[in-house]
Design a protein around this ligand. Structure first.
Ligand SMILES: [Fe+2]
Ligand SMILES: [Fe+2]
Length: 130
C-alpha cells in the first residue's frame, strides 16, 4: 500500500527540487511497505539511515540556497526542517517496535509534515528563487 502520494500542488516550480521531493516520498513509501511486510529491524534501520542521509542533504542544499539569496524566511524554514529531522531521530531510536508506532509515527507525523512543508515553505522559497 502506498502511504504518500505525489500531488500536483507539491510542485515548487523547479524540476530538480520536485524530483528530490518525489524521491523523499518514494523512500518513505518503501519504509512503509517494509514495515507492512514485517521486515527485520536491521532492514528498517538501514532504510531509515538512508532516508535520514538523503533528507539531510536536501535540507542542506535548500539552506545553502536561502543563505546565498539572503532569504528572509530562512530561520522559520530551517526550524521546520529540524522538526522533521527530530522526528526521524525519534523513529531511529524507537525502530517501530510496536505496531502502533508505524501508524502514529509514519502516517500521522511524516505524511502531515510532507503535505505541509512542500506546499508552504518550499513553494514560497523556490518560487522566490526561480
Ligand atoms: Fe524545505
Ligand atoms: Fe524541500
Amino acid at each position: 500500500m502506498t502511504l504518500l502520494k505525489w500531488k500536483p500542488e507539491y510542485s515548487v516550480g523547479d524540476p530538480a527540487i520536485d524530483y528530490e521531493h518525489e524521491m523523499m516520498i518514494r523512500q518513505i513509501n518503501t519504509l512503509y511497505d517494509q514495515l507492512d511486510a514485517c521486515a527485520d529491524s536491521e532492514a528498517i534501520e538501514a532504510v531509515l539511515g538512508e532516508i535520514h542521509a538523503d533528507i539531510s542533504a536536501h535540507f542542506a542544499l535548500e539552506e545553502r540556497m536561502m543563505k546565498q539569496a539572503n532569504y528572509t524566511g530562512f530561520e522559520d524554514h530551517k526550524e521546520d526542517h529540524e522538526e522533521l529531522l527530530d522526528q526521524l531521530h525519534e523513529m531511529m531510536e524507537l525502530n517501530f517496535q510496536s505496531p502502533e508506532d508505524r501508524d502514529s509515527l509514519l502516517k500521522l507525523r511524516l505524511s502531515d509534515w510532507f503535505g505541509h512543508h512542500f506546499s508552504t515553505f518550499d513553494a514560497r522559497l523556490h518560487r522566490k528563487l526561480s
